[in-house]
Design a protein around this ligand. Structure first.
Ligand code: GDP
Length: 140
C-alpha cells in the first residue's frame, strides 16, 4: 500500500480537557507519523469553509460554534494507507457506535464533540492540508 498523508484536527473538546497528548499516543501507536502539527484558534470563516460540505445540515451552526469554541490542533499524518487507517483509528462519528480502543470510543463526549477529524479521501486530504499548512511546514 502507498504512503499517504491525511489531515487531522484534534478538536476543542480535547484541548479543553488537556488530552492532546493522549490522542497523539493513539495516533502513533497505530503506526501513523505526525509530520506537521500546530495549535491554532480557528476563525469562524475558516470553520465555515472547512465544513462547507455540511452547510445545509441542521447541525451546521452548532458544528461551527463548536469548532471556534477553543483552540484546535491541526496535523498532517503520514503512513501506509494513512487516510483509511486514521478513519479506523478515529472510530465512528457517534462515539456510542465507535469500536473499542478507537479515539472516539475512548475520548469523545458526543456525536458533535467527538475529539478528532480525519479526511475521508485523497482529494479532500490534499485540499484540507493546503487549507492549514504550507509545504515547508510538513517535514516527513
Ligand atoms: P466524520 O467524518 O466522522 O467527522 O463525520 P461527518 O463528516 O458526518 O460530520 C462532520 C462532523 O460534524 C462530525 O465529526 C461532528 O463533529 C459533526 N456532526 C455530525 N453529525 C452531527 C450531529 O448529528 N449533531 C452535531 N451537533 N454534530 C454532528
Amino acid at each position: 500500500m502507498a504512503i499517504e498523508r491525511t489531515f487531522s484536527i484534534i478538536k476543542p473538546d480535547a484541548t479543553a480537557r488537556n488530552i492532546t497528548g493522549a490522542v497523539n499516543a493513539l495516533i502513533e501507536q497505530a503506526g501513523l507519523r505526525i509530520v506537521a502539527q500546530k495549535r491554532i484558534q480557528m476563525t469562524r470563516g475558516q470553520a465555515e469553509t472547512f465544513y462547507a460540505v455540511h452547510s445545509a445540515r441542521p447541525f451546521f451552526g452548532e458544528l461551527v460554534d463548536f469548532m471556534v469554541s477553543g483552540p484546535v490542533v491541526v496535523q498532517v499524518l503520514e503512513g501506509e494507507g494513512a487516510i483509511a487507517k486514521y478513519r479506523d483509528v478515529m472510530g465512528a462519528t457517534d462515539p456510542s457506535k465507535a469500536a473499542e480502543g478507537t479515539i472516539r470510543k475512548v475520548h469523545a463526549k458526543s456525536i458533535g464533540e467527538n475529539t478528532v477529524h480525519g479526511s475521508d479521501a485523497a482529494e479532500t486530504a490534499a485540499i484540507e492540508i493546503a487549507q492549514f499548512f504550507s509545504g515547508n511546514e510538513i517535514v516527513g
